[in-house]
Design a protein around this ligand. Sequence first.
Ligand code: CTP
Length: 407
Amino acid sequence: MYFFSFYMLKGKKIILGVTGSIAAYKAATLVRLFIKQGAEVKVILTHDAKEFITPLTLATLSKNPVLSNFIANNNGEWNNHVELGLWADLLLIAPASANTIGKMANGICDNLLLATYLSAKCKTYVAPAMDLDMYAHPSTQNNLNKLRDYGNIILPVGEGELASGLIGAGRMLEPEEIVFFLDESTRLTEKLKGKKVLVTAGPTYESIDPVRFIGNHSSGRMGFAIAEEFARHGASVTLISGPTELHELNENIKRIDVTSADEMYEKTVTQFAKTDIAVMSAAVADYTPEKVSITKIKKSGDELHLKLKKTKDILAELGRLKNKKQLLVGFALETDNEVANAMKKLTAKNLDFIVLNSLKTKGAGFGHQTNKVTIIDRKGNKTDHKLKSKTEVAQDIVHKVMSLMHA
Ligand code: CTP
């Protein structure tokens, strides 16, 4: 039983895309629930969807003509997919068949729904519906991952008896579950609305000469996950990133790329004055070559000595600049005396809390998809979290920030 106490979809303009799947009959209930919440709904049916549900049913329930073709009527009037895409606050494709998912992932655009998807500026939610083997197939899973990478939100599937009689995962969520999911996801985007967040991520590269540098193994994944999580809650995020292959997804993230510790220092300190919450997760070099050779250093002798000088500690500087309203979070990467060392950093750098990574845990830290952290705040509260995906660790960090904001 679902209670929509928030009615977050009230006044929202929703496009519901329905594709050819037996679950298409559930689109009628979906439209009814959206209308009940006070949303405005336009439905786009693919050609195959019409075999499962009639346009008349959906037009009656949505109180809008159902769209299916590029040409609207016999007078040659045009259903403008660009206008439709811009009209919507939210595009939901439910049920999304394996065929439509595959086309969306590959930029294929041979019907009105796909053209609208490609034109839409709003968030797109995809509710897959298919047989278990189709859902489990690596090509479907790759396509879903591609869609996630493009910033779409993929809803989970239900498990149980499927239309084929087989039992497993692939069933579209029930309409009530889908509306609940959208409600929750919309509510989330209100939580940190108006807050300005600054995140540093990734390694820094310190040049030795035009072809060589001193770097580290940081992938940037932890910082990017933190930036995404804040953005998902509606915050405006500035992400200052060292060299990484990653790319940000949420449009609430403004990314500034830097290379060296010195550049990261300059950009971060400049941004800090207009920041409410700062999380410094970058693996910043502590030392940099005293002199950078303009020309490539030639091989000579058996040894090469590089003289290094200390870089500026960005986090410590923010701790000095911080006012009472700003919240500052740091990371500590330790291999021994972990808690004692982290607590020293917490005090010395004037932080609100510190996220301790231990390199001793298998699967945690640099280069991994997972991390295991302990969060310690300035009151001495210490929470040991289990090994989790970096996205889940980011959720724990954002929850901690929100709990301190409301304390
Ligand atoms: N940090 C920073 N600027 C630096 C070095 C570190 O902002 N020049 C930040 C990191 O982003 C992290 C925290 O300081 O949030 C702690 O980094 P860590 O490498 O664990 O500690 P250090 O202070 O550099 O001390 P040490 O290397 O001796 O453990």
